[in-house]
Structures are given as structure tokens and as C-alpha cells.
Design a protein. Structure first.
Length: 336
């Protein structure tokens, strides 16, 4: 009787075991999310779990494998889902084989809610997720860390003619070239645009009738891989202006016919937009400096001009305006 009881129990256990294996074929693998236990932090990796979405939030016939961050590290924060791989898959339910473009993994059910995934000699144990994770905020590290677009940046967007602009980039600059974009302008010999290395010296440009004209210049840069990018800067034309004044009215004088003894001389500067402001603190016209002969004595400034007294003696000298590579020399000859 005792032997019969043991035989019955053994048969029952064998039947139960067979029944469990058969029913495993009915366990749900697709349309679920699965997650591993915590992997401890090491090296450059934070603590994380691996999430495996099989045709649930990824969509029918699609899978997503992602790292669920358990702590902050670098650009990632606790709770972030970072993409590992995703794509289309097929699942052979009878063979319990999961296949995608990278190969085939075998799935073994350890229980209804636990599987072992084996691929290329690596085993991973997953537990079914009760409350699925949303994949709407999935972070793609390739997008996060993709190289920035090649960009060249000027030290300033514009400057006076004669000034210089340097260019930097987020990659090594292999070559720089420039083109004049503004139509109808002529470059003056007094100051030519030049590009040396990564520094552009801005030339002086005039339009019709020698009127001062601002000029847009396009810089084209290429990196070591042949990628190209451009930026645009502006050369702002300028020139000195000398005036006589009578009853509050100013008349420009080019000094060609000399200057009267003891006559007031008013200095200013012009650009394409009109008069440049005089800055008493820097004693300049919008940053454009000037010097006068020692025999000229300042007496005050107004209306964006600075006034000088000339002597009663017959003398001559040079008034100089300069900005960077561009200078103007005006001979003032007091002889009558």
C-alpha cells in the first residue's frame, strides 16, 4: 500500500510537471513589457534596469529595449529611459525564438511572469511589468550626443572699415574664403579687404558718386572633412569731416585751399548713415581716433563735432584719423 501511494505521488508530480511545460506554451510573451533586476553602477555606467517592450508601447511587431536610469549621471537623470535598440521583430511561439535584424534570441519561461532571454552566450532574466512604462519620452543617445553642425562664429558682426574680425569654429577650420555680397559698391585702394589665416581686415567701400557704402561680406569656412558653413559680416564705411561754422551753420571744408589764421576748425566724422557721434570720454568718433598738430587748441564740442582754434601764425601740419588698417591724413595749411 505504501509503495502504491509513492507511485501515485510520483505520477502526479510527473503529470504536473508535464502540464506545466505544456501550459508554458500559452504564457504571454508579446504585448508585454519585461524588466530586469537592478544592475549596480560601475565605471561610467549608473545603476539601471533594462526594460524590454515587446509589441506593447512600441506597436505591433515592434520592440524597444531601453535602460531605466536609477540615478543621475551626466546628461541622464533618475527615471529616464535611454534607448538601447528598437525595430521590428518576429516571434516563433512554438520554438520560443525572438528574432530581429541582429539575430535570434531564445526565450525560456521560468514562470508565467518571468523569462530568461539568451542571446550570443548572454543570459538575461526579466520579470513582467505590471504597470507599463510610457515610451513617449524615450531618450536616443545618438541624437543627444550627435556631433554639432559645423559652425563658424565671427568675433563681431560688423566693424568700421580698417577694423578686423576673427573667426572661430566648433571644429578645426581647414580653409576660409570670402565674397562681397553687396551690389553696386567699389572697394577703395586706401584700404582693401584681406583675409589672413582666420582674421579678416575690412576694406573701405563706396557706392555711386563715391558715397560711403556699407558692404556685406560672406565668409565660407570648410573643416577637415569637407563640411562647409557660412556667416556674414559688414564693413562700415567712414571718413573724416572738417567744418567751418557761421551762426550755427556748418559747412564742410576739404582744406584744399588752405586755412585762415585764427579761424575755428570743427572736426567730425561721417559714415553711410550720416554723422558719427563724438565721445568725449574716449575723444573719438564712434571709436575712430584722431590726432591734430600741436598748434591746434581745443575749445569745446557740440553737434557731434569738436572745435579747435588755429593760430595767427603761418604754420602747417597733419590731421590724422585712423581706425585699424585705415587712416586718413589731412594737411591743414594756415597761410593767410
Amino acid at each position: 500500500m505504501k509503495r502504491l501511494l509513492f507511485a501515485f505521488m510520483a505520477a502526479f508530480l510527473l503529470f504536473s510537471a508535464c502540464k506545466k511545460d505544456d501550459s508554458a506554451t500559452d504564457y504571454q510573451f508579446e504585448g508585454c513589457q519585461w524588466i530586469t533586476e537592478e544592475e549596480e553602477a560601475y565605471g561610467d555606467y549608473p545603476a539601471y534596469k533594462t526594460l524590454f517592450d515587446v509589441g506593447l508601447k512600441s506597436g505591433a511587431g515592434k520592440f524597444t529595449m531601453a535602460m531605466l536610469m536609477l540615478e543621475d549621471m551626466g546628461p541622464f537623470h533618475e527615471g529616464d529611459l535611454v534607448l538601447v535598440s528598437q525595430g521590428s521583430y518576429t516571434y516563433d511561439k512554438s520554438k520560443k525564438e525572438f528574432s530581429d535584424e541582429s539575430g535570434t534570441a531564445t526565450i525560456k519561461f521560468l514562470s508565467k511572469n518571468m523569462i530568461k532571454l539568451s542571446f550570443d552566450g548572454v543570459d538575461m532574466v526579466f520579470t513582467k511589468v505590471d504597470k507599463p512604462y510610457s515610451l513617449s519620452d524615450l531618450i536616443d543617445p545618438e541624437e543627444l550626443f550627435k556631433p554639432e553642425d559645423f559652425e563658424v562664429v565671427p568675433s563681431k558682426d560688423s566693424d568700421w572699415a580698417g577694423g578686423s574680425i576673427t573667426f572661430t569654429a566648433n571644429r578645426t577650420i581647414q580653409s576660409l574664403t570670402y565674397d562681397v555680397l553687396t551690389d553696386g559698391v567699389t572697394e577703395q585702394d586706401i584700404c582693401k579687404t584681406t583675409l589672413t589665416g582666420e582674421t579678416l581686415v575690412l576694406g573701405q567701400y563706396v557706392g555711386a558718386g563715391s558715397a560711403l557704402a556699407d558692404c556685406k561680406i560672406q565668409i565660407k569656412a570648410a573643416d577637415e572633412e569637407g563640411n562647409e558653413t557660412t556667416c556674414i559680416v559688414t564693413s562700415r564705411a567712414w571718413r573724416p569731416a572738417v567744418y567751418t561754422e557761421y551762426k550755427g551753420e556748418y559747412t564742410q571744408d576739404h582744406l584744399d585751399n588752405g586755412w585762415s589764421r585764427g579761424q575755428e576748425c570743427w572736426l567730425g566724422a561721417l559714415c553711410a548713415d550720416g554723422e558719427l557721434p563724438y565721445d568725449g570720454e574716449t575723444d573719438s568718433f564712434g571709436g575712430i581716433s584722431y590726432t591734430v598738430p600741436d598748434f591746434m587748441e581745443p575749445f569745446g564740442s557740440r553737434d557731434n563735432k569738436i572745435g579747435y582754434d588755429t593760430p595767427n601764425d603761418s604754420v602747417s601740419g597733419t590731421i590724422t584719423y585712423s581706425y585699424g588698417a585705415l587712416s586718413f591724413e589731412l594737411i591743414i595749411d594756415i597761410d593767410r
